[in-house]
Design a protein around this ligand. Structure first.
Ligand code: CDP
Length: 487
């Protein structure tokens, strides 16, 4: 909407850093959208600084600035065009609850702007988090071929989130306004240290400084529904009035770095895509299937009967089992000093593993180990029960699946590449189906889609398409501010 400042400059810089091919052009749009202002709001007084905006955009590397009139965006008048109604659940909280119709106005104009510009990539600030989330849902829902990228909030040296509306603040109000980011930062620190958030106390502290609180809410950052701070990433958002100026700001409450859980049946291509997904995001990669395979290998090596729980337990207690989790390559698995990474993929282990994985003592042992490895987060773990049992509080849960015939084809290619014997497709398909049945019918932590997992059916999708889809999901669930993209 113009009134450009360093926050917008950052968006332009990010646009320049993002590779989109040779013909990339960075366009800055400036449009003060009448549809998103309520009757008593500041449409008339909103900062109009087009000359300054042009200078700032050019200085920071924009190729063009586009400042259309209302008539250009809505020829024949605003009412002669379609308008968008944002689904209720996305607007019942935060700014949506106190600015009725605001996000409908934003969405209606965004769709017009996008249809006129047809950008490949849309860059938006995370400062207006609810707006960013709504636009993500909108683009997804309309199936527009546009990628969205969020950019963390830029603050001045005192911590105040930059906003065009900060220009309304009088000198003494600028000082007062700083209590908002300060107290938000303090709250995030408290939660990280295991303390509870007391919203009433936070509100009265803000009021004590003369700030008039409009809302203080904790919500799930993707669905924007109320949630209590706890193990899962949560957003604490505040709107208030400092004098006559309305300010919004937020912080993310978290006790660990993000965790991504990827589950799904045998041979859905989880390992390949998950490893690359982890590499691109700089997350640690944990292949829990390899752990069950390693335990199966030791049971087989030592000729232990599957019903001999005592022998299994003794071996688990004495097992020197190491999983070298690496941010780049495949996970190396060592058992009693031996690298078993390859041998655990053999047919004899594959045939036995699901029977071993049914055993409560094995599950308990490995689940504890996996939780310990993922304690601090910053990890993507793949398996069968990650989202349901190992990390039920994971920030993002994906259920990756494909038809049994597609999975058999992929398994056949995989075995060939590893130089291992390749059974017929028919045999592979029945092995896979048998393993699916065993995995999903066992009593403890069976294979099933977690309620809040997002399913991706990968039939007909190549590896890159699956990874892109997963990266998009990651970025829509986890703010750049929490886990920044590295260029
Ligand atoms: O063959 P694929 O790569 O699809 O499977 P895997 O990820 O190597 O897992 C091998 C087996 O370990 C699965 O079929 C399950 O029986 C078991 N498993 C499990 O029970 N729980 C996990 N979190 C991971 C694997």
């Amino acid at each position: 909407m113009g009134g450009l400042h360093k926050g917008h400059a950052e968006l332009i810089k990010v646009a320049n850093q993002t590779s989109l091919g040779e013909s990339k052009r960075v366009l800055v749009s400036v449009f003060i959208n009448p549809l998103q202002f309520g009757p008593k709001e500041d449409f008339e007084s909103y900062p109009r600084t087009l000359n300054n905006d042009c200078n700032l955009a050019q200085k920071n590397g924009a190729d063009a600035i586009w400042a259309p009139s209302v008539n250009e965006i809505f020829p024949n008048g605003i009412n002669s065009h379609f308008s968008i109604k944002v689904p209720k659940h996305l607007t019942t909280h935060l700014c949506g609850s106190c600015r009725p119709g605001h996000f409908d106005g934003v969405a209606s104009v965004i769709v017009r702007l996008l249809s006129l510009v047809k950008p490949k990539l849309l860059i938006l600030g995370e400062k207006d988090w609810q707006q960013l989330v709504i636009i993500r849902h909108l683009i997804d829902d309309l199936g527009l071929p546009i990628h969205i990228k969020g950019v963390p909030t830029i603050r001045d040296k005192h911590g105040l989130a930059l906003s065009s509306r900060n220009s309304y603040l009088k000198a003494n109000e600028k000082e007062t306004a700083l209590h908002l980011p300060r107290l938000l930062k303090e709250s995030a620190k408290d939660v990280k240290n295991g303390l509870f958030l007391n919203k009433e106390k936070l509100s009265s502290k803000l009021e004590k400084y003369g700030l008039k609180v409009e809302y203080i809410e904790t919500v799930d950052p993707y669905q924007l529904q109320p949630m209590k701070e706890g193990k899962q990433l949560c957003m604490l958002a505040v709107a208030l009035k400092c004098g006559e100026t309305r300010l919004i700001d937020h912080t993310f409450l978290m006790t660990h770095q993000p965790i991504v859980a990827i589950d799904g049946p045998a041979g859905a291509g989880k390992s390949t895509v998950t490893r690359e997904f982890a590499r691109r995001l700089g997350l640690l990669y944990l292949d829990t299937g390899a752990m069950y395979r390693a335990v199966t290998w030791i049971i087989q090596e030592k000729n232990i009967e599957l019903n001999d729980d005592d022998a299994i337990q003794i071996n688990l207690n004495n097992l020197d089992i190491k999983f070298e989790v690496s941010p780049n390559g495949p996970q190396t698995v060592w058992v009693n000093g031996q690298d078993v990474s390859n041998i655990i993929r053999s047919q004899s282990i594959t045939k036995l593993v699901s029977k071993v994985a049914c055993k409560p003592i094995v599950r308990e042992y490995l689940t504890t180990m996996q939780r310990r490895m993922g304690e601090d987060g910053g990890i993507v773990a793949e398996g069968r029960d990650i989202g349901t049992a190992v990390f039920p509080h994971a920030e993002l849960k994906i259920f990756l699946t494909a038809s049994a015939s597609e999975r058999a084809k992929r398994r056949s290619i995989d075995l060939k590449q590893r130089g291992l014997p390749v059974p017929s497709l028919k045999d592979l398909e029945s092995q896979i189906t048998e393993r699916d049945n065993l995995d999903s019918s066992r009593d403890i932590a069976p294979l099933k889609k977690a309620e809040d997992a997002i399913e991706i059916i990968t039939d007909g999708m190549n590896i890159e398409a699956v990874i892109t889809k997963m990266l998009n999901l990651f970025h829509s669930h986890i703010p750049e501010e929490v886990w920044p993209t590295t260029y």
